[in-house]
Structure formats: structure tokens, C-alpha cells
Design a protein around this ligand. Sequence first.
Ligand code: AMP
Length: 427
Amino acid sequence: MSTLKAVRGTRDLLPPETELWNRVEETARRVFARYNFGEIRTPIFEDTSLFARSVGEETDIVSKEMYTWEDRARAQSEKAQSLTLRPENTAGVVRAYIEHKLGDKGLLQKLFYIGPQFRRERPQKGRYRQFWQIGAEVIGPPSAGSESPLRDAEVLEMLASFLNELGIKDWKLTLNSVGSASDRPRYIAALREALKDKAPKMCVDCQRRAETNPLRVLDCKVPEDQPIIEALPKIAEYLDDDSKTHFAAVCAALDACGVPYEVNPRLVRGLDYYTRTTFEFSHGGLGAQNALLGGGRYDGLSEAIGGPKAPGIGFAIGEDRLILTLQAQAEAAPGGLADAYVAPLGEAMNAPALELARELRRTGLRIELGDGSFRLKKSFEVGNKLASRIVLFGEDEQKSGILTVKDFATGEQVKVARADLIHHLRG
Ligand code: AMP
């Protein structure tokens, strides 16, 4: 056997799992279309400086996780260029927004993407070096209403609808405001000051973060550090009136449409470009890597990479983690079973049974069809593996129009008139 294997942190996606990936992507396309988002596809690699200037030099992503290389010059007149496999997609979308002058029409741009991202992280369950994100951005000139808290609430409501439609159960939305471009530096200065005495008593990562990127200290999971972190200044105390009003309006709009959330003052997220609203949807079933998706507002990002003022809000869903969650749910639930197994009694009943199955399937019921050559015992065994009920369909049943239906879970066996069968199977 060849010793060549997929590179550490990357994987092959094979059938039947790929069906699930397609279902997730189709659901995203369908839901996002209802909110009038259009698809954008940006290159897999970009100029390295794009990420350094947007995501931030001091972030974990840029400082240690990027796949970067010097692209050799082909002609003497050309300079070598530093290129990077995209570690996230927001920077590329905003670059494209600037490059194609998408804001010139004075309207909001609502763009979504689906594609692989690359980070040199330590691989573990739910964390890969090539992983997939489904994301979206709402960006535009301030005159288009791009700063409005309604945009934040609408994006969050869309995500809640997407997860519900996909059948993800028990997700949790956590929300915070990291303040405006002026609140954040004041808070970071206060944090730096508070950490001066405290950092030496913290874990080595926090000691480093206290110097390079103090906000990241809030993400620390080391138990011994928690009491220190709880006592640090809170961002909420540093928000100016505009930021407070903005955040209150986001929360009020979510309350109005019934999207549940929790405010967590420690949610700051790892990318430098966030301003005001930041959020995360998590799922308990994922273990240590429990973030299903994350996002937030980035009012200064366009300007940071040389573009016009173009506030925006966006998110990136970890598609790999959505799939893990769906798979775990399918395993835990007795679901996956068809509504009924139609068992023809004798080969002569095969064709009439196909017709019955067709009638039931037309109403949306999930039906497995057996085979009249099976003995009754075998039909029960196979039916029990594939469906929650078995419908016996022999010549007598066909003549009398009364069928026998057995529920595998309860063991209950009843006679049902053919005309009532659909109603019975739905119950
Ligand atoms: P971020 O771009 O860091 O805000 O991440 C957004 C989402 O992408 C996270 O909530 C995860 O679900 C997912 N994600 C980030 N990094 C990885 C990774 N290395 N492997 C798998 N999923 C990831």
C-alpha cells in the first residue's frame, strides 16, 4: 500500500458524508437567498499583507498559523511576492468590495461564500488545517444604512433560521459589544494596565498575550487564571454612549423577533478588525471546539486596507463542525428511520406494493419498500432496522382494503383502512 496519505490536518470527504455536506450547503443557499444575498467567490490565495493589515499582525492567525510563501518572480523585472492561503474569507471579500467599487452604487452589498480556509493549527476533533467556512457579509457606505443595528439583528435572525432549518438542536447564541474604534483602544489600555501586576501570575500564553494582544487574555480557558480574568475591567464599562445605544438596539430587535441570546462580556474574538457587535453560536455536543460559528461588525476594516469608509457585519460558519453536530444528532436520535416499511406478502404483491408506496411517498412520507420474496420473519427483521413501522400488504389486505400496521417501538399492531393509512402514519 502506498505510504502517501492526506497531509496532517487535511482530510478526504467521501460519500455518503458528502451528501450531508451538500445538504448543508443547499440549505445555506436557500436560506440566504430569502434574505437577498448573492454569492461571491474570491481566490484561495491573496497577498500576505491583506491578512496582516485586516486580521492583525498580533493575532494567532497571522503570527503563527498562516501558510505563506514567496512566489518567485518569473521575469527579472518582477519582484517576488509574498502570498498566503486564505485563513479566513472576510478580508478577501472586503478587498473585492474595494477593488470592484461595489459601494459606488450607494447600496448595501450582501454577499455570501462557501469554501476552504487554511490555518496551521494543532489538529484535533473539529479543528483542521484545511477547513470549510460558509460565511456572509453585509457591507456598504454609511449612507446605505450599513451601521444600523438592524443589520446586526437581521444577520443573527438569519443564522438562527438557518440552524433551525438545518435541524441543529440546542444551539446557543452569545453576544457582546467590543465598542467602537475609539472605545476599544481605551479598553485595551486599561486591560494592559490591569495586567501589569497580574500577568506574571498567569499561564505562559496569557503572559505573552498581555504584551502582544491583551484582549486574547479574556479567551483563556486555564482554570487557575479564571478568578484573575473575572476581576479584570469589563469592556461594557468602556463603551461610549453611541456604542451602548447600538448594542441595546441589537438586543431589542432580537427580543422582538424571539431569537434567544446571552450577553457575555468576555466574548472578544480573535480577529483585530471587529468593532461593536461580536457573536458566537456554540453547541455543547462539540466538546472543546464548541464554536459553530462566529462573527461581528467591522466598521473600520475597509479603511484599514486602503478602501473607502464601508462599515459591515459578517459571520463565518465552521462547516466541518456543523457536520459533526448533525452526525452526532443523527446517532443519538432513533431518527434516520423511515416512517414505514411496506412489506408485500408474496411476489404477486410486489407491483401493487410499489403503487401503495408511491401513493404514500407522494404525501412526503419516507417509505422503504420490501420484497414479496422475503419470508414474513425476514420482512419483520429488515423492516425493524429501516423503519419505525411495518405495513403488511397481501392479497387479503388488497381485497378488503384493511391493512395491518405494527409499530416496532411499542409492539402495538392495529388494522387500518387504506384510506386512513396516510393519516395513521403521520400520527
Ligand atoms: P473565525 O474565522 O476564527 O472567526 O472562525 C469562525 C468559525 O470557523 C469557528 O466558529 C469555527 O466553527 C470554524 N473554524 C475556525 N478555525 C477552524 C479550524 N481550524 N478547523 C475547523 N473549523 C474552524
